[in-house]
Design a protein around this ligand. Structure first.
Ligand SMILES: C[S@@+](CC[C@H](N)C(=O)[O-])C[C@H]1O[C@@H](n2cnc3c(N)ncnc32)[C@H](O)[C@@H]1O
Length: 302
C-alpha cells in the first residue's frame, strides 16, 4: 500500500537536467566532475566545506564510525522507511542469479556497510531464482560499518555461509580483486562519499567481466521545483535535528544532507559512468520518488 501511494507514482521519471548553479559547475569542461569552483586538484568537498583531498577519507570515516550503530534506525527515520522500498526495487531490477545460474553470480557490493543490499541479493537469488550459488562480497572502507554488517548477517541465513564475505577496502583501489572477475558491482548510497568518484568507477570497470553490470543507487536531484522545496525543507530542517535527538550527533547528519546536495546531477553522473567505458542502457538512469534517489546502470562492453 505504502509502495503504491508513495513510491510508484513518482518512480521511473527521468530528470530533465540540472537546476542549481553549483551543480552546473560540474559540467564545466576543465573541472573534474566532482570538483567545484574554488577547488583544485588538492582539494575536494566535504559536504559544503572545501577540504584538502587527503583529509576527506578520514573525515568520512569519522562520520560513518559515529553513525554505524544507529545507521539502520536513522535510515528508517530519515527516509520514513522509503529507503527499504528503493533498495528492494534496486535488487529486484538487477534480478541476481537469473542467468548463468549453474555457476551463480559473483557480486561485489561496494560501500556495503550494514549489508542491506547484499542480504537482499542473496535472498532474491535464493528465493526467486532458486540459485544457491550466487555469492556476494561486501567491501567497505570502514571497520565499524563492517562490524555492524557482520553482526546483522548473523540474523540472516547467510551469517555463516560461504556465499557471503566481507572485506575492508577503499573503492578507489581494490588490488585484491582480480580484473574481469565480477558479474555485478553494486554501490548503494556510498559513492557520494568517495574522494575520487571517477577512480572508483574506473575500478568498477576493471573488476567487472565483459558484459558485467555496474549498478549504483544514490540520492540524486529532484525534478519538480515544488517537490524539491518540500524535500529540501525536510532534509536540511529535520534530518540534522533527528540526528541530534536520536544519536546526539548533528554534524554527521548535516554532512549527509550536504553531501547529497553536492552529488552530480543524474546526467552528469551518467556521463562519468560512460567516461569510464561503460555503455548506459536506455536513458541511463531511473529516478525514484521524483529524483530523491536514482539508479544508474552501466554495462561493460563485451
Ligand atoms: C551511507 S552508507 C551506505 C551503506 C549501505 N550501502 C546502505 O545502502 O545502507 C555509505 C558507506 O560508504 C562507505 N564508504 C565511504 N567511502 C568509502 C570508500 N572510499 N570505499 C569504500 N567504502 C566507502 C562508508 O564507510 C559507509 O559504510
Amino acid at each position: 500500500m505504502l509502495r503504491s501511494l508513495v513510491w510508484r507514482p513518482l518512480a521511473l521519471r527521468h530528470c530533465k537536467g540540472a537546476t542549481k548553479t553549483a551543480q552546473k559547475a560540474f559540467t564545466t569542461s576543465t573541472l573534474r566532475p566532482q570538483q567545484l569552483p574554488g577547488e583544485d586538484e588538492q582539494t575536494t568537498h566535504f559536504g559544503f566545506s572545501t577540504v584538502p583531498a587527503a583529509q576527506k577519507e578520514a573525515k568520512v570515516g569519522a562520520v560513518f564510525s559515529s553513525v554505524a550503530s544507529s545507521y539502520d534506525t536513522m535510515n528508517d527515520l530519515m527516509s520514513l522507511g522509503i529507503h527499504r522500498l528503493w533498495k528492494d526495487y534496486f535488487v529486484r531490477s538487477l534480478n541476481p542469479g537469473s542467468r548463468n545460474s549453474e555457476k551463480g553470480w559473483n557480486i561485489l557490493d561496494v560501500a556495503g556497510g550494514t549489508g542491506d543490499i547484499a542480504f537482499g541479493m542473496l535472498d532474491h537469488a535464493t528465493n526467486v531464482n532458486l540459485d544457491l550459488k550466487t555469492k556476494v562480497t561486501i567491501a567497505d572502507i570502514n571497520p565499524d560499518m563492517l562490524a555492524e554488517g557482520r553482526r546483522r548477517a548473523l540474523e540472516t541465513p547467510y551469517g555463516n555461509s560461504k556465499r557471503l564475505s566481507f572485506m575492508q577496502a577503499n573503492a578507489e583501489s581494490m588490488p585484491s580483486i582480480e580484473s574481469n572477475s565480477l558479474d555485478l558491482y553494486t554501490v548503494a548510497f556510498g559513492i557520494r562519499n568517495f574522494t575520487n568518484k571517477d577512480a572508483a568507477i574506473r575500478e568498477a570497470f576493471r573488476v567487472l567481466k565483459p558484459g558485467g553490470v555496474f549498478a549504483c543507487l544514490e540520492f540524486s536531484h529532484v525534478d519538480s521545483a515544488l517537490f524539491n522545496a518540500v524535500y529540501k525543507r525536510w532534509s536540511f530542517g529535520a534530518i540534522p535535528l533527528i540526528g541530534q535527538l536520536v544519536t546526539g550527533d548533528r554534524d554527521s547528519y548535516q554532512y549527509l544532507v550536504e553531501s547529497i546536495e553536492r552529488f552530480p546531477t543524474q546526467e552528469e553522473f551518467k556521463a562519468m559512468i560512460e567516461d569510464a567505458g561503460f555503455v548506459t542502457p536506455g536513458a541511463g538512469y531511473e529516478n525514484l520518488t521524483g529524483g530523491i534517489a536514482s539508479i544508474h546502470r552501466g554495462i561493460k562492453p563485451i
